[in-house]
Design a protein around this ligand. Structure first.
Ligand code: MN
Length: 360
């Protein structure tokens, strides 16, 4: 397991690479260029500058997250070919500097969604991200976008770029006639174009699940269960058409058996990387994010790490995912330093124990 940490870049992340390097067992980052709009080329110079900077801090940069797919590709508009060309250029530029995995999603309009970004956890006074479907019922998509922007302390949240959301209502309207099957057809068109390039340059595409793991605002969503991902990996049969298995996103729905899903796709060699975190269920379609430790939430982290150990390559990329805000830290919701560092250390401890027990 290669333990990594999400990092937003030196101009955008208050956390420094040196701080990340000081977390025990940290091998690298999962990086992103958060100022890039969906559909834009990540130029050779931008990729080089970002990745050279990470290397200079003694960390690897083999996973890049959030190369966002333009809505025109998801909707299958005639303009999609231009954006697919741009995407391919970005893949080639990243591969040139050693990137092996690109994390993306194929969710219409919205990336992850919460109704509260700083829900206080009564037992200890920390706070975490929270979702309640009932609260969502009283809000329009525009309300939720505004609220998320207001609550994020001036940080841009991944998937919530203001440029992309400026034309929100128009985009929502355009999705009205698109069924899940049509979305999958457009997805196949995209994969058929990019996967041969990925195979050529040695990159795996890793699709991130819907979060929360069910449809919202009537939009077609096609990636929130084992059955959904079976269909996705079949759209273009290649080890380069892989998953970013996010335990917290899939785990927002208690019907998803996370260790079983990891074993299923691990045995197929379709897991390129994982986000590992815990979730606490509070009712029907209502949850908050917990500390990583199993006993603080409803996911069994031992069974999750064991499934990774048993079925994935032992150098698979993993990162702790959203953390709580603790010890007075103020930062980007979900992406503070302290709780994620604790999560990484805990996951490394589970791995060490499983590895030593297995070799006895
Ligand atoms: Mn995730």
């Amino acid at each position: 397991m290669k333990m990594t940490f999400r990092w937003y870049g030196k101009d955008s992340d208050p956390i420094t690479l040196q701080q990340i390097k000081q977390i025990p067992g940290m091998t690298g980052i999962m990086g992103l260029l958060d100022y890039k709009a969906a559909g834009e080329v990540w130029t050779d110079e931008e990729c080089k500058e970002y990745i050279d900077g990470v290397h200079a801090a003694g960390l690897e940069c083999e996973v890049i997250e959030s190369v966002n797919v333009h809505e025109d590709i998801k909707m299958g508009l005639p303009t999609r070919d231009k954006y697919i060309e741009n995407y391919i250029t970005t893949i080639r530029n990243l591969a040139k500097y050693g990137v092996k995995v690109i994390v993306y999603n194929f969710m219409p309009v919205f990336d992850w969604l919460r109704t509260d970004l700083a829900r206080v956890i009564e037992e200890d006074g920390s706070n975490s991200l929270y979702f309640d479907e009932k609260e969502l019922g009283n809000m329009t998509p525009l309300d939720i976008v505004k609220k998320t922007a207001e609550d994020s302390h001036g940080f841009t949240l991944p998937g919530w770029e203001p440029e992309r959301l400026a034309e929100l209502e128009k985009t929502l309207k355009q999705y009205e006639g698109i069924t899940p099957d049509m979305l999958r057809e457009n997805y196949k068109y995209f994969l058929d174009a990019i996967i041969p390039v990925c195979e050529e340059v040695g990159v795996k595409m890793a699709v991130h699940p819907d979060d929360p793991a069910w449809p919202i605002f009537g939009l077609p969503r096609i990636s929130h269960s084992q059955e959904d991902f079976d269909k996705i990996v079949a759209l273009h049969d290649s080890p380069a058409n892989a998953l970013c298995l996010c335990t917290g996103s899939l785990g927002s729905n208690p019907a998803n058996d996370i260790p079983a899903i990891i074993r299923h796709f691990g045995e197929m060699d379709r897991i390129a990387c994982l986000h590992i975190r815990n979730v606490k269920y509070l009712g029907e379609r209502c949850f908050r994010e917990a500390a990583h430790l199993s006993s603080t939430g409803d996911l069994d982290m031992f069974e999750i790490v064991k499934a990774v150990y048993d079925t994935c390559p032992h150098d698979v990329y993993v990162r702790p995912d959203h953390g709580r805000m603790i010890w007075g830290e103020v930062g980007r919701p979900g992406y503070g330093l302290y709780d994620r560092a604790l999560g990484a250390t805990y996951l490394n401890g589970l791995w060490e124990a499983i590895d030593k027990m297995s070799n006895k």
